[in-house]
Write a protein that binds this ligand. Structure first.
Ligand code: GDP
Length: 176
């Protein structure tokens, strides 16, 4: 019997950018995620059918705890993917991601990353970060980029499937 792949993903990004909502949208039951209040960590899991293979995604949202480097390191160690989320209406949240990308590179961690510009449903007049800037940052780090909306469900499935597919393909390639 084929063993089911298990992929641990973590969210990074400023408070309020929509990490929790993106996670809830992707949750199997639509909105309930477990919240470990005392340590401020949310968790959900969903098994997806990835090109005919079952893949279990474990998703963690450290809800700001990653600011403490010790916690961040312990999370990175077992994670296979990081979803870097900013809010397209919040310039500072984008700057935060640029800083995070630098730190992750410094740590030499070999984790798949994906850049996510959330709240793309909001009125264009509120937009602070144009999609071209998100794409340019993603290109600089050779990672994928999606604009999403947890509100309208735009690209939510696509983000998780995309990073899961890249992780699975890479692990298959490394076994050859
Ligand atoms: P977190 O701190 O990053 O986990 O952010 P939350 O998921 O708690 O979301 C913060 C706020 O942004 C909440 O009021 C959400 O309703 C709102 N929000 C999250 N995602 C979206 C989105 O895609 N579009 C809009 N318009 N609001 C969003």
């Amino acid at each position: 019997m084929a063993t089911q792949s298990l992929i641990k993903l973590i969210f990074l990004g400023d408070s309020g950018v929509g990490k929790s909502c993106l996670m809830s949208k992707f949750s199997p039951d639509g909105c309930h995620t477990q919240h470990m209040k005392t340590i401020g960590i949310e968790y959900t899991a969903r098994t997806i059918d990835l090109d005919g293979e079952p893949v279990k995604l474990q998703i963690w949202n450290t809800a700001g705890q990653e600011r403490h480097r010790k916690i961040a390191k312990s999370f990175y160690q077992s994670a296979k993917g990081i979803l870097l989320v900013y809010d397209v209406t919040d310039e500072l949240s984008f700057t935060e991601i640029i800083n995070w990308l630098r730190n992750i590179e410094e740590d030499h961690t070999n984790i798949k990353k994906i850049l996510v510009g959330n709240k793309a449903d909001l009125d264009e007049s509120k937009r602070a970060v144009h999609a071209a800037r998100g794409q340019a940052l993603a290109d600089e780090y050779n990672i994928k980029f999606f604009e999403t909306s947890a509100e309208t469900n735009m690209n939510v499935e696509e983000v998780f499937f995309s990073i899961a597919r890249d992780i699975v393909l890479e692990s298959k390639a490394s076994r050859v």
